[in-house]
Design a protein around this ligand. Sequence first.
Ligand code: GA4
Length: 323
Amino acid sequence: MVVASSNPIIKLEKVQPVELPIIDLSRERSEVSKQIVKACEEYGFFKVINHGVAEDIITGMEEEALNFFRKPPPEKQKAGPANPYGYGCKNIGFNGDVGELEYLLLHTNPVSISQNSISISNDPNKFRTITTAYIESVKELACEILELMGEGLCVTDASVWSRMIRDDDSDSLFRLNHYPPSDLLQGDDDLQVGFGEHTDPQILTMLRSNDVGGLQISVHDGMWVPVPPDPNAFCVNVGDVLQAMTNGRFLSVRHRALTNSSRPRMSMAYFGAPPLHARVEALPEMLTGNGASLYRPFTWAEYKKAAYTRRLRDSRLEFFRAC
Ligand code: GA4
């Protein structure tokens, strides 16, 4: 029986895919930092290659994720609900958002990972070891990129953002998303929204996907543009906190993920966040001539609470605009 879905089928529009700026981290440092700043100002998204995250760590993490998603539904439910962390299917957040996906949402705190591992894997120690190694490695990459941003922007304290996500109390998250092909779709041109449009609330997101497309970003004129998959690269995007701390110079861009009719998409996202008590405000160097800040200062706890009381597609940062 085919159950009617409230999630409409979208016909693939013939738009030219966007080739995101490619940042080669093996190039000269000051050159790389300038390229990153330009990408964050123009797209809010870029790809990094020669990123230094070991291939066996990436494939190991992917295998663990697939082992979990292959389990029968009642087994997976034992790791849920994702309230706040664990397995989720279709429901996103707490305010009625739904999508065509299943996922594991984890806090990156080692104690939290250990606890979740027990219900996720038949070999919890293996899951914990691989997940911790992946997170550590991707966190280091995120820190390197954040320091390059600081240098490129010529801010006095170029480690301001890397310190936040290196902090033991950092509220960073890790998400494994699985978008199974949808039976309701008839051909390659039929797509459904897997994860609805949103901006990421944190500082920086590091996304790795298999070779199945689905990611789209909303470019300046509001048009949705597909980003071709690239398993050799990490796709990096600016979050709301970075937009606020650069006083709007870096863009936290809307994006979404679509589900197709034939091939499962899997993505792994690390969301680098400050500690809950951290104060988020524009850096002095980012203020305009008259010293004005676009957003009022807030703590990450305050912002997170506001995010979870609203819908996925809401423009969260708008509620923090300075009068
Ligand atoms: C979007 C980015 C991350 O996936 C996430 C999401 C979170 C969730 O799925 O629980 C949120 C969403 C995300 C933004 C607004 C709130 C919170 C669902 C939702 C409706 C884990 C995150 O940090 O914010």
